[in-house]
Every structure is written in C-alpha cells, then in structure tokens.
Design a protein around this ligand. Structure first.
Ligand SMILES: Cc1ncc(COP(=O)(O)O)c(C=O)c1O
Ligand SMILES: N[C@@H](CCCC[NH3+])C(=O)O
Length: 432
C-alpha cells in the first residue's frame, strides 16, 4: 500500500510506523519530526550482509555510507549489525568515534580532505583512507611518515560509467570532481606513486558511480572496468590489488513509479562479473566491499509536519503550508525529487486533492512537492512525507534560524528520541 513496508494504517485510519501511531507521535514529540523505524533499518542491514556473505563466500563487508544519516545512535545500530562505516568528514568521523564505532571498521572518504582531517584519521587509526587524488596521496604519505605510521589506502577510481540518475548525484564519469580517471593515465600514475612511497600501503581500489540507481547493468560494467584495471596493474607492476570497494548507490522506492532492484539480484549479478573476470585474468577474487547509504535508512524514515494555512488559488494551484520545508528536506529544491505525501490522520481516505506542499522559508522554491495527490487537508492536520530517512536530517540547515527537528526512533510499538529538537538557545550558542 505504501512505498515502505514499515508503514501501515491503524483502525482509526491513522498512518503507523514501526507499530506506532504517527498522530500520537506528532502529539508527543511535536512537529516537524523525523521518525525512523529501527526495525526496518536493521532488516536492511541484515539483507545486505546476508547477500554479500552468500555471494562472496564470506569474503566481503558492507559499509554503511553514513552521509545518508549520521548521528550517534545510527552508528551504534549499524555497528551492532556487524557493518562497517564510510565517513566523509571529520564531523562524521568524530560522531562515529563518540558513538564507540570501532575505528578498524571505518573507511574515510572525501574528495578534498583537510590536513586536519587526515591527521585525525591517522590518529584514530581508521581502517582505510580512500585517497582521491595525487596531492592528497603526497600529503598523506608525509603525514604518516611524521607519525611513524604506514597507512592503508584505497584509491577512488572513476570507472567512466555514466549511470542513469540525476546529474548532480552522478559520479562515475570522467567529468567528475571525485577520484582518479583511468582514461588519461592518472589512476595508473597514482598506483605507481603509491607503490614507490614508504608510508602508504595500497590496500585496494574504490569506485562509486552515483546514487539512486535502479539498473544493475551500470554496476556490472563498473565491476568489469575495475577488475580490468586490477589486471592492468598486475601486468604492469606485478602488484596484486586485494580489495575492491564497489561503492553504494542502490535505488529505493520513493513513489510507485520507482522500480528498485532486489539487492540480492544486484549482489548475484555483480558477484558473477567479479568472479568471472578474476577467473578470466587468472587472479584471485578480491575482498569486496559495498557502501549503501540511502537503501539502509531512506525507507525507514518519514517526516511529520503540521498543516498551517491552505491557500487555494483558483485556476493556479493549492498551496498547503507546513511547519518545515527545505530546511529539513532540501531534496525537492535541489533535485526536484519525488515523494509520496499523505494526511497522516486520514491515511485510508482517498487522495482526491491536488496540493503543492510549501515550506516556511523566505524562498519561493521552498517546496516539498508540487501538484501531489493527497487527502484534502485542513489546518492542524498532520502531513507525512514518506521515505525521508536518507539525505534529509543529514542535509538539514538552520536557514531563517529555524531549529532542526528531532529524530525519533520507533520499534515494535515503542518510541524514543535519538536526536533532540534544536532549541533557540542552540542556535545562538556559538554567537559571540
Ligand atoms: C563514495 C560514496 N559511497 C557511498 C555513497 C552512498 O550512496 P547511496 O546513499 O546512494 O547508497 C555515496 C553517495 O552517493 C558515495 O559518494
Ligand atoms: N544527497 C543526495 C545524494 C548524494 C549522495 C552522496 N554522494 C540525495 O539526496 O539524493
């Protein structure tokens, strides 16, 4: 019935998540509020883990790409499910460490890590630093030398795959700010340099072709390109790359139009390519990592808002104003992303009203959805936007000095706050 199977409707016609009534949650925690079903997050972690174990014969690891949603509790949850984590900034690393996430399961990414972040990662003893470019490689080797360490690295490679997704979230093609290109010899030059350096150890390669991808073929192509590069490295230098991180990017269902692939189908088809190519090249199958972010947390989350004014502009459109907007979910403003929206206190009623859901910022583009079909709302109703568990809280801002909403975890009918609502005092705490 809904885009995510953690959602349902109560006998009173209220939307439920993780066995909790969303109208009661809105009354208890206020709105706007992010609500996430911990059970759904854990189930997603388990599905990825089980399928990587099955298709790579236990020779693989799932990393949670924590840019999708980062707070202390999510690191605790994914750590307890046996996943590693991909962090992309000093802030994410700090949060993970504060949550007690084991450093030896942390992979540190970023296309322009600062010197301070590299030092922080070295001091923390993260498992791998994913090096983006030659400048970073040289800086890292020097920093590791100063600390008397040898740091294990992966190189981020652009496999030259143009995945079918929004241009802003496509990353695998040569015209991308991320990583080292194969076409112009830059990637091979980086490998040779790393092999000549004393304080970096080339543990493996990484690629990530983009996000919200529904086809499996681009992932198969990327795996083939990466295996071919591993073979080229072996032939030209004699060095055997033992670890291959194939990134994240698996699409999820935001609306009924989305047709995501089953993750087991992805794992089955991509592992077949990896094994086939390794056999063809006479090389051992590398240790394989994947980095899902969105697909672990997005389906588990919803955002609850309260309706303010409803402006019906005859012959133009109906604006339904909510008490949040681009500050807590900038994805429509950025990418025109589609979402399913409904009135949570009348979830079973027909969606017979066309509404543009407008936020409260001083921006005409502050919209959550245009011309969406929802139940006709009245002021005071609770609106739910579905599948907001990824890239919502993590991309939220304080524009117009609006405090960020809380994050509430639900599970089996119980709820608890894992991130408190920001207060006005929080907003001024760094002001002098
Ligand atoms: C390097 C890297 N890994 C993993 C991810 C996670 O992607 P997704 O949330 O689409 O699974 C991203 C974001 O696109 C990324 O840049
Ligand atoms: N933030 C983006 C995805 C970027 C993925 C990170 N590399 C989104 O909301 O879809």
């Amino acid at each position: 019935m809904f885009v995510s199977d953690c959602l349902g409707v109560s006998p009173e016609g209220h939307l439920t998540i993780g066995g909790c009534d969303t109208v009661a949650l809105a009354a208890k925690y206020g709105t706007p509020a992010y609500v996430m079903d911990e059970g759904n997050i854990r189930q997603n972690c388990r599905q990825f883990k089980a399928s990587i174990d099955e298709y790579y014969d236990g020779n693989g690891l799932v990393l949670y790409a924590s840019k999708a949603f980062s707070c202390k509790e999510i690191y605790r949850v994914v750590a307890s499910e046996g996943l590693g984590a991909d962090v992309v900034s000093g802030g994410e690393l700090y949060t993970a460490l504060k949550a007690g996430f084991p450093a030896d399961r942390i992979y540190f990414h970023g296309n322009n890590k600062t010197r301070e972040e590299l030092i922080m990662a070295l001091d923390a003893g993260v498992h791998r630093i994913v090096v983006d470019n030659l400048t970073e490689l040289a800086v890292l080797d020097k920093l590791a030398k100063e600390k008397g360490k040898v740091v294990d690295i992966l190189f981020r490679i652009k496999p030259g795959i143009d995945a079918h997704t929004h241009a802003f979230i496509r990353t695998g093609q040569i015209d991308s700010k991320f990583g080292l290109a194969l076409e112009n010899g830059e990637a091979m030059e980086a490998v040779r340099e790393a092999l000549s350096f004393q304080n970096v150890n080339l543990a493996g390669l990484h690629c990530h072709i983009g996000s919200q991808i529904h086809e499996i073929e681009p992932f198969e192509l990327a795996a083939e390109v990466m295996l071919t590069f591993i073979k080229k490295i072996f032939d030209e230098t004699g060095f055997l790359v033992k670890e291959l991180n194939l990134g994240g990017g698996f699409g999820i269902k935001y609306t009924d139009e989305d047709r995501p692939q089953k993750y087991t189908a992805y794992m089955q088809r991509v592992s077949t390519v990896v094994k086939k190519k390794a056999a063809q090249f006479g090389l051992p199958v590398p240790f394989v990592l994947i980095e899902p972010g969105r697909s672990i947390v997005a389906p588990a989350g919803i955002t609850l808002y309260t309706v303010g004014a409803v402006k019906e502009i005859a012959g133009v459109r109906n604006y339904v104003s909510i008490d949040g907007g681009m500050v807590d979910n900038p994805r429509y403003a950025l990418y025109k992303s589609s979402y399913e929206v409904l009135v949570a206190n009348r979830a079973a009623d027909p969606k017979d009203y066309m509404a543009t859901i407008a936020g409260r910022c001083c921006e005409s583009g502050d919209l959550i959805q245009e011309n969406a079909r929802i139940q006709k709302p009245a002021p005071g109703d609770i609106v739910a936007v579905l599948a907001t568990g990824a890239y919502n809280y993590s991309m939220a801002s304080n524009y117009n000095r609006i405090p960020r909403p809380p994050v509430v975890f639900v599970k089996d009918g119980e709820s608890r706050v894992v991130v408190k609502r920001e207060s006005f005092e929080d907003l001024v705490q760094n002001d002098l």
